[in-house]
Design a protein around this ligand. Structure first.
Ligand SMILES: Cc1cc2nc3c(=O)[nH]c(=O)nc-3n(C[C@H](O)[C@H](O)[C@H](O)COP(=O)(O)OP(=O)(O)OC[C@H]3O[C@@H](n4cnc5c(N)ncnc54)[C@H](O)[C@@H]3O)c2cc1C
Length: 403
């Protein structure tokens, strides 16, 4: 067996790569490897998201999300400029379509201002229709700093830089078992045994399982929520110039179905949020007995289900009936019709839920003597990836005494 690693990062998504890259930048003598079970990087959440570089409007001031997103937006744009990764500062309009949404729109404005979101302003219907000519609104928030990017390209650039500094990326290598020894940790993978002194768990939809494999007691579990998208037919793409979002339900960690212009030019509408019957359940028919039975045996899931059953049913209804999805979109753009939309892709969110039934809103990053675990990294995790990577690298350096 070759020399043991100082650190192995589990998961080749945007957070695993960002953390590994930061560690090697500051501690170049470490031997660091990434193991990823997919055939390429970023095949899960990172490669199936909306591609938005959020500006930091939604998040509770003082939360990790607020801090990492506002700083992360700037560092992401700087990184893209420096590495010639295409991005577009197309801006985002959050639109209120009924008077009862106005207090929540105002709350969002105050949060955005408290978080220091650049250029955020309240706009009336006239200004809103100059920005997005096809929307209908009574009042809106305009965030000119919000941008779009391809997070696959960002992840691959992190990976190139990590490998140039001497880091190893092992694809098609699934972590199966972890054994602790007095000298370190042995990882049994689908490609054989790896030895490492420390671990960083960035396994996204499977991060709770990896933590449990290390004997960590958790008060939470990952519940997978699929988000389905439609794509606007080419001849109707003119209806959306940038990003158009509804006022979200403040009780839920999801932003509501929205229109997103993709950096490749097409326009997506979505994602909704339906319980997935498999952690990697990208299609309605995907089913995994272990995943589903784990969800159904988890008390936190039933507490969410009893509390939010009405919203859950609406989401399922919208998932199966395009006419209902279209109706929601028509609240924002009344001229959208069902035949303007074709079925698009889907992403699955790793949403951590506590045993008491709370849907965890903020990022959760925990440490133990030998490991750092990312246990909740929903949106804006990709936007914040550089800042989260720095935070994890600092935490690992201090916890593992790497100086
Ligand atoms: C539908 C959707 C829309 C979103 N939109 C946005 C957005 O517009 N802007 C934004 O900032 N954020 C957005 N997000 C959030 C963002 O995508 C995530 O925060 C981010 O991708 C998390 O990255 P990650 O590296 O933690 O997870 P992932 O990208 O899921 O990576 C985890 C990796 O671990 C690997 N893995 C798991 N188990 C094992 C194992 N046992 N062995 C080896 N490898 C393993 C997986 O294969 C995977 O590649 C969105 C998320 C979703 C799902």
């Amino acid at each position: 067996m070759s020399k043991p690693y100082d650190i192995i990062v589990i998961g080749g998504g945007i957070l695993g790569l960002s953390s590994a890259r930061h560690l090697l930048t500051h501690l170049p003598n470490l031997k660091i490897g990434i193991i990823e079970k997919g055939t390429s990087l970023a095949q899960q959440q990172t490669g199936n998201n909306s591609g938005v570089v959020h500006s930091g409007i939604y998040y509770r001031p003082g939360s990790l999300k607020a801090k990492f997103c506002v700083e992360g937006r700037n560092s992401m744009i700087e990184f893209c400029e420096k590495n010639e990764i295409p991005f577009d500062r197309c801006g985002k309009l959050i639109i209120a379509t009924s008077p009862d949404e106005l207090p929540r729109l105002n709350d969002l404005y105050e949060r955005g201002i408290a978080n220091g979101v650049e250029g955020l302003e309240k706009v009336g219907p006239e200004r809103a229709s100059e920005i997005e000519p096809h929307v209908t609104t009574i009042e809106a928030l305009w965030s000119p700093a919000t941008a779009i990017v391809d997070y696959n390209a960002v992840t691959n650039t992190y990976a190139e830089q990590f490998q140039e500094m001497g880091g190893d990326v092992h694809l098609e290598t699934e972590l199966l078992e972890i054994k602790k020894l007095s000298t370190g940790t042995v990882l049994e993978t689908s490609q054989g045994i790896y030895e490492t002194k420390h671990l960083i768990n960035c396994a996204g939809l499977h991060s709770d399982r990896i933590a449990k494999l290390m004997g960590i007691e958790l008060d939470l579990q990952i519940i997978p929520f699929r988000g389905e998208y439609y794509t606007l037919e080419k001849e109707y793409e003119y209806l959306v110039k940038g990003l158009i979002y509804p006022v979200p339900n403040p009780e839920l960690p999801f932003l509501g179905v929205h229109f997103t212009r993709n950096i490749k030019g097409y326009v997506e509408a979505g994602p909704n949020a339906v319980l997935a019957t498999a952690r990697e359940g990208y299609r309605k028919r995907d089913f995994n007995l272990r995943d589903l039975s784990e969800t159904l045996r988890f008390s936190g899931f039933w507490k969410v289900a009893f509390r939010e059953w009405r919203i859950g049913l609406d989401e399922v209804n919208r998932s199966f009936r395009k006419s209902i999805f279209t109706k929601d979109l028509q609240k924002m753009i009344p001229t959208i019709e069902s035949h303007h939309l074709k079925t698009g892709g889907a992403g699955v969110r790793a949403q951590a839920v506590r045993k008491d039934g709370s849907l965890i809103d903020d990022f959760v990053i925990e440490k133990s003597a030998e490991a750092v675990h990312v246990l909740n990294a929903p949106s804006p995790g990709a936007t914040s990836s550089i800042e989260i990577g720095k935070y994890i690298a600092d935490l690992a350096r201090d916890t593992f005494n790497l100086n």
